[in-house]
Design a protein around this ligand. Sequence first.
Ligand SMILES: [Zn+2]
Length: 308
Amino acid sequence: MSEERSLPPEVPSGQPDTKELVVAMIDGARVIRDAQSDTCLVVIGGVHGNEPAGMRAIVRLATLVESGDWKPTCAIFGLVGHPQAVAANARFITENLNRAFGHATVGTVEHARAEEISLWLRALKAAYRKLYVLDLHSVSVGDTRIAIVNDTPGRRALVDAVSSIPLKLLAPNGVVPGTLLGFVEEIGGAAIAIECGNHESPLGETVAMEHAERMLEHLGVLSTKRTSFIGVSYEGKSRTYALIEAIKPAVGFTWTIPISSELFVPEGTVFATDSTREHVAPTDCYLMMPSKEPLSTDYDAGFLAARV
Ligand SMILES: [Zn+2]
């Protein structure tokens, strides 16, 4: 799909007044820096409403830029992904917003929100030539930190440049449909999703800020800064996995083994049950980002991945 064809007709070409654009188009957005630049970084937190690290990072980033502590030369926007879920302190209202891009049920809150975000990101891509998105999340089980990108050579290089998290996860096209990350790539942007640790982790905001800082430095748009977040120490050696499949829960979904991220699950192991079936490992694989209490209304209860 060409970018031109996918642009909504009401979005003007060139650089409009982006402040007006961003404020008028969508709830939960803030202008962190408006700049005449061909580069735009969008930091998104709260796509899931119970994951505060990204939203805290947006506030911190805005404070640093407004005070002149950081002097980035590109445009930067912050976006609270799902304000209604944030207000409810819930992962989602009706369905998972991070599976809703092009795949939502018409009429849900998340369908409408995914449409709004899509239009907004397309407008930013039209206004700036280079669109970068940092999508900040956290996990319910353990204090796992993961850097996630689409499985292409370009994104492998980007994530290696921008993240010192040793656990990298590649998302091949189509394995998990409807993600924000996939949507950004579809419109010609570049996206990295970061799991910043546990929802409750006091270090989550710092992990998020380290990635914002390293992204800006990688783009060559942050030569002046007084405060740095670089240097978080992460556990373990460098390792990379690729997603094999999403674990789709039905009513009554229950884990039948003690769960954690990176748990090795040998082929043939029954690792969960629900009212419709036993969930069996199709091959030797690893459990990734299992939900502590999976909802049958969620798209997935976690993922299976292979070591790359
Ligand atoms: Zn999340």
